[in-house]
Design a binder for this molecule. Structure first.
Ligand SMILES: O=c1[nH]cc([C@@H]2O[C@H](COP(=O)(O)OP(=O)(O)OP(=O)(O)O)[C@@H](O)[C@H]2O)c(=O)[nH]1
Length: 610
């Protein structure tokens, strides 16, 4: 990936975004930057007439915003962050600078000015490197601006007022948000779109390259000879950065007001020539630390940090600690780590959940993965400590251990059900719609657990009747997963063992995340039972994470390792699933993907027995 080396330069630094703008926060976090948010208290009231150009005004405002945060943080802790980023977006038309409208009338004045015309959007950005020494704050400022041209269509008064009444203009420079409803006002954009939204990401990354990955010495010589800039595009420079001696993390590469890094040698060797240090292994360090990040996430979930903050956040560390009955120091550190991991946000008022955390890490909610996290913390974590012996001796080494049996105890069973419920809810829609299943009037989800997939199927296909068939000790707990009460009429739960009992009648059988739990002999036994129950023309839908080269390596890696540490069962490739269905009398086998982690295989029962 070309981009990561540049943003990666900031990964091991404490970075603060000195902005209250949710758009800036989103743009930077989507680019993979890890940072805290501390909105600036600098009043945007500089004398515009004192600046030679509109962008000089925007840059100065951005700089003052960032400096205010740096010095406030320094005064508070006598320790400033490593980097503070400030930005200011303005709109200019006919020599006038437009900022955020003060009220609706002001928004109307601005939008009327822009109506039917071209205008410029400038964002000034300041990247401030801080250093606290002997109680003194020392700063290095790198600043730049970006300009984008935007043309508005001819808009009616009614439309303008309708837009103003939507409330959208009020916190946006020039009184419109191009990324939302305001996009409808715009005829064309020339330049960086994200610059209009509030942060020129591309230019920012180029600046990081200049700051952290100064050109090779040879390139500098080439510049002299050819007059071609060594870092002429961000992509080229960042590619170079991957093997570049100039990518060290030290402040040595960070330079002052112009933002230009020196192109000189990095250090002499005995011949007076440059000794190139190896590239800094940021990705490797991240990998080494990866397990700590997982454990921090697991611990925060277990302590219900995300639940507390969802209900009562933002809260200071001391208040979170009190609610968790935990130490203030330990809680503070855990919260800061969660900020760095992008799970929490920190502002003046305290710590709050990111949207991701509220949605997926709090224990309640349709998209909660809290149960899945707990399962990984309490079960997978322990099982994976056996990875070394599984690798040395192969998966059979694990066969001496008791099978990974989620029905061992009531608590373990419930934990497993919670994990499966969260995971299935997250993917149910993608699975249900991977194929058009409307030709089936009835379906039976074998091992369908809490019915999360069955419910989605019933919702998606209004004439489909769905049976969930699972062990009695599983079915007994189903109601606790659907606290709203009654199940939909077309959904029923039947207790039974798919290896022993008659399978319920259905036109479509579903085995979702079941086959990988079983060794080959058991898979054949199960598929032949399904095949016998399924009438010609009926279907079998298999849902699994297949070991497949098509998928990005990362997504199928955990599955590959699961197969090693599990006492029985194994992951299979798509070709194997196809062949298994074929061997058991299913024809026209088709494959589809459900999201980036699941494969769905659908076969139709042939009329002749296999
Ligand atoms: O199309 C869009 N244009 C502009 C915006 C948003 O407008 C504001 C610009 O205001 P400013 O630069 O002063 O930033 P603030 O929001 O006040 O936050 P600071 O704390 O950084 O001063 C900015 O939020 C843009 O994102 C838009 O959303 N769309």
């Amino acid at each position: 990936m070309v981009l990561s080396p540049v943003i990666g330069k900031l990964l091991h630094k404490r970075v603060v975004l000195a902005s209250a703008s949710p758009r800036r926060r989103e743009i930077l976090s989507q680019a993979g930057l890890r940072f805290e948010v501390v909105p600036s208290r600098f009043k945007e009231k500089l004398d515009k007439a004192a600046f030679a150009t509109p962008y000089a005004y925007a840059i100065e405002t951005a700089k003052q915003k960032a400096l205010e945060v740096a010095s406030r943080m320094h005064q508070k802790d006598l320790r400033a962050p490593d980097v503070v980023i400030g930005a200011d977006t303005i709109v200019t038309i006919g020599g006038l600078i437009l900022e955020k409208p003060a009220d609706k009338q002001d928004a109307y004045r601005m939008l009327s000015r822009l109506n039917g015309k071209e205008h410029s959007v400038f964002t000034g950005v300041a990247i401030i490197h801080c250093c606290s020494e002997d109680g003194q704050l020392d700063t290095d400022v790198c600043e730049f601006h970006e300009e984008t041209t935007v043309k508005f269509s001819e808009l009616s008064e009614d439309l303008l007022w309708e837009y103003i009444d939507s409330g959208e203009p009020m916190d946006k420079a020039g009184g419109y948000g191009i990324q939302a409803l305001g996009g409808m006002l715009v005829e064309y954009v020339r330049g960086d779109f994200l610059n209009v939204v509030g942060f020129p990401l591309n230019h920012f990354c180029k600046k990081l390259v200049e700051l952290y990955c100064p050109p090779h010495r040879e390139d500098v010589q080439r510049v002299k000879h050819d007059s071609i800039p060594a870092v002429d595009t961000f992509e080229i420079a960042s590619e170079a950065a991957q093997g570049d001696e100039g990518c060290g993390p030290s402040r040595a590469g960070v330079h002052g007001h112009t933002g230009q890094a020196p192109a000189g040698p990095q250090g002499p060797d005995t011949n007076g020539l440059v000794e190139n240090p190896p590239p800094f292994p940021s990705d490797l360090l991240d990998l080494i630390d990866g397990f700590k990040a997982s454990k921090a996430l697991f611990t925060a979930c277990k302590l219900k940090v995300f639940d507390v903050l969802k209900e009562e956040g933002p809260l200071k560390a001391v208040d979170v600690a009190r609610k968790l009955n935990a130490s203030v120091c330990g809680t503070g550190r855990l919260l800061d780590v969660c900020v760095a991991l992008g799970l929490l946000e920190k502002t003046d008022t305290g710590y709050g959940n990111t949207q991701l955390a509220s949605r997926h890490l709090a224990s309640e909610g349709a998209c909660s993965l809290h149960g899945f996290v707990a399962y990984n913390d309490e079960h997978a974590w322990t099982v994976f400590t056996d990875l070394e012996s599984a690798v040395r001796q192969g998966p059979r080494a694990a066969a001496g251990r008791p099978a990974e049996d989620p029905s061992q105890s009531r608590d373990q069973r419930l934990r497993f059900m919670r994990a499966m419920h969260g995971l299935t809810q997250l993917t149910a829609r993608q699975v249900a719609t991977a194929f058009d299943l409307s030709r089936f009037a009835s379906a039976c989800d074998l091992g369908g657990c809490t019915g999360a997939l069955a419910r989605e199927l019933a919702r998606e296909y209004p004439r489909l009747k769905v049976t969930v068939f699972d062990l009695p000790e599983v079915i007994e707990h189903v109601s606790s997963f659907h606290p709203e009460g009654r199940q939909p009429e077309r959904l029923r739960f039947v207790p039974g063992d798919f290896f022993k009992d008659d399978l319920p009648d259905a036109q479509l059988y579903i085995l979702s995340r079941i086959l990988h739990d079983w060794a080959d002999d058991r898979v054949h036994e199960l598929l032949s039972r399904v095949s016998r129950s399924c009438k010609p023309g009926g279907g079998l839908l298999v849902v699994e994470t297949a070991l497949d080269e098509r998928r990005a390596a990362r997504a199928s890696l955990p599955a590959a390792l699961n197969a090693l540490v599990r006492a029985q069962g194994r992951e299979r490739s798509l070709a194997e699933y196809r062949s298994l269905l074929g061997q058991h009398g299913f024809r026209d086998v088709q494959v589809a993907q459900a999201g980036d982690r699941l494969d769905v295989v659908l076969g139709t029962r042939a009329s002749s027995a296999p």
